[in-house]
Design a binder for this molecule. Structure first.
Ligand code: ADP
Length: 363
């Protein structure tokens, strides 16, 4: 640990009491406070394969595909990027377009409401352009079916008019590359999934890659932080660059507020603990999930619906945001009969988690 201790953070900390101050500091989905960090003027988002740190296998594969498309003088095959939020899918889609030196058109599954929305985008593509659809698992079936002929044959099938007078029309569009991103690959229909020639899975970043990202970004943001401080932040970032950036900014804001010239690991540790984030990056909701399984369901197995009811949380939030990291860390196992608390999960709770029955709604 660094020797310098923070000035006024010496009172004892009750993790689950303090964590209510800030809701989901470690949520991987983009939040209001990320808009500053993700602002192009701030310059944290990498623009090239070279500056995109970690995910080496995915990066290598994509580089080869991009080079091959350039040598063939043809559009890149369609790409599907999948993995938990905040790992760099949008960043990669932008890099692909940048490296191919083509235009990027960005949209989101839920924003493509009417066939006209998609037709409007597809008819404005130039040859080789990249169309990025984030949250592609949330496309309506009507829009998805329109994509089939667009992806296969670069043809747009549209229906003109309504009722008995309606007639089908086909029009050619420029050959393009669809890059889809999803946090829930299992929700994609097989016909859509089969149309992506390049599937790439992004996984949680290892400690070394996160350290590299944090060090680079601390330099860009002119943040003074010791090496141990960086380690402390990296360890609590759930293997996710978006969270790492957010925590880095948080500890620096506290350091400025307390008049510390540098973030030490003691300061980082205390600030994050006060926000309910424990040594492994778990927050109050994570611990409540583990505690619910342990005390209300005797360690499991228990279905996700029961856990959602016990915590008064949305099932899809549990599945998309919390569970993947708990499973990745080995605190929770997922089987055909439900979720089970592992020995590692129990040990973690013994170190950090208070018995939470009073805070839980009885299912
Ligand atoms: P996703 O689309 O998977 O939710 P993003 O691409 O929006 O994630 O990335 C979130 C933030 O994390 C970006 O603003 C970027 O600054 C940072 N980031 C993501 N991947 C990397 C990386 N490999 N190297 C450096 N920073 C990254």
């Amino acid at each position: 640990m660094d020797k310098s201790s923070p000035k006024s953070l010496s009172t004892p900390i009750n993790l689950d009491e303090h964590s209510v101050i800030i809701e989901r500091v470690i949520a991987a989905a983009s939040q209001e406070e990320d808009s500053y960090l993700e602002d192009p003027k701030v310059g944290l988002r990498p623009h090239s394969f070279e500056s995109y740190l970690g995910q080496n296998q995915v990066k290598e594969n994509l580089k080869i595909y991009v080079t091959s498309a350039q040598m063939r003088k043809s559009q890149l095959d369609h790409v599907i990027l999948h993995g938990p939020p905040g790992l760099g899918k949008t960043t990669l889609a932008r890099i692909i377009a940048h490296e191919l030196k083509v235009n990027l058109h960005e949209t989101r599954g839920p924003a493509l409401d009417r066939p006209g929305d998609l037709a409007g985008i597809l008819t404005h593509l130039a040859p080789g352009d990249v169309l990025f659809i984030d949250e592609i698992h949330r496309l309506s079936i009507k829009i998805e079916e329109m994509l089939y002929s667009a992806m296969d044959e670069f043809q747009l099938d549209i229906i003109l008019g309504q009722g008995p007078a309606a007639r089908a029309m086909r029009m050619p569009i420029a050959p393009f590359t669809l890059v889809g991103a999803t946090t829930r690959l299992a929700l994609l229909s097989k016909p859509l999934l089969d149309r992506f020639g390049i599937p790439e899975r992004l996984d949680y970043y290892d400690h070394g890659s996160l350290m590299e990202i944090l060090r680079t970004n601390a330099r860009t943001l002119n943040i003074k932080i010791s090496d141990q401080g960086l380690k402390s932040v990296a360890q609590r970032s759930r293997g996710t660059p978006r969270i790492a950036n957010r925590l880095l900014k948080r500890v620096w804001d506290f350091a400025i507020g307390l008049g510390c010239g540098e973030v030490s690991d003691v300061l980082a540790h205390d600030v994050l603990l006060r926000q309910g984030i424990d040594g492994e990056g778990l927050d109050r909701t994570d611990r409540q999930i583990l505690n619910a399984i342990r005390y209300q369901y005797h360690g499991g197995p228990v279905g996700i619906e029961a856990i959602a009811a016990a915590l008064n949380e949305d099932r899809s939030t549990l599945e998309e945001v919390y569970e993947p990291y708990l499973v990745h860390m080995g605190y929770l196992s997922r089987g055909p009969r439900g979720r089970t608390l592992t020995l590692k999960g129990q040990t973690h709770l013994d170190a950090y988690g208070a018995r939470p029955e009073s805070q839980l709604t009885t299912p």
